[in-house]
Design a protein around this ligand. Structure first.
Ligand SMILES: Nc1nc2c(ncn2[C@@H]2O[C@H](COP(=O)(O)OP(=O)(O)OP(=O)(O)O)[C@@H](O)[C@H]2O)c(=O)[nH]1
Ligand SMILES: [Mg+2]
Length: 182
């Protein structure tokens, strides 16, 4: 019986205290955006992920926070769509493959191009340096320098090194996302 009352209480408090956060996940192809969404949604890691065509939409509940997540494709032909999905969200998550040093310039260009859109002024940004389970990955300091994150002054910016494969730092990432809810 106590379990019954506890679940009723949880249900009622969920009704009164539930919060929402809408998030857009962007970044170059194969950086790990869909892996990120899969891991935080179901805890399921897979080596085989199909490249996203256009976008995927997922809705998940973490505690009393409901997150609506737009996982947008990263191949060049889809990048002009990023702004549309980022418009009106509570946070933009920009995923970088922190092992693929040759792509840092492109990632920086695409990120700053996106943030220069007037419609996205002030939208908080979370940069994830993914694949830190692999040797040769760039640390947060290098990512800040290579992506020129220190030049972004019109919004809150955070950057974490993480791994979808080992789930390293995903607890902090989820806390950060939950803090954008309202
Ligand atoms: N070692 C390692 N591999 C990862 C990690 N995250 C993703 N991958 C691999 O990277 C590849 C691309 O992952 P996706 O999640 O499809 O990348 P994406 O950013 O969604 O790519 P697009 O949909 O094409 O934009 C897959 O083979 C994943 O298994 C990670 O943390 N560590
Ligand atoms: Mg994808």
């Amino acid at each position: 019986m106590p379990g019954f009352f506890a679940s009723i209480f949880q249900w009622i408090s969920g009704l009164f205290f539930s919060k929402q956060a809408e998030i857009a996940v962007v970044g170059l192809q194969a950086s790990g955006k869909t892996s990120f969404v899969n891991v935080i949604t179901s805890g399921q890691w897979s080596e085989d992920v199909v490249p996203t065509v256009a976008f995927n939409f997922r809705k998940i509940r973490k505690g009393n926070v409901t997150m609506k997540i737009w996982d947008v494709a990263g191949q060049p032909k889809f990048r002009s769509m990023w702004e549309r999905y980022c418009n009106g969200v509570d946070a933009i998550v920009f995923v970088v493959d922190s092992v693929d040093h040759d792509k840092f310039n492109t990632a920086r260009f695409e990120l700053h191009q996106l943030l220069s859109q007037p419609t996205l002024t002030g939208v908080p940004l979370l940069v994830l340096g993914n694949k830190n389970d692999l040797t040769g990955h760039a640390a947060v300091k290098e990512l800040i320098k290579n992506l020129q994150l220190d030049k972004i002054s019109d919004r809150t910016v955070s950057c974490y090194s993480c791994s979808m494969k080992s789930q390293h730092n995903l607890d902090i990432v989820l806390q950060w996302l939950a803090s954008r809810s309202h």
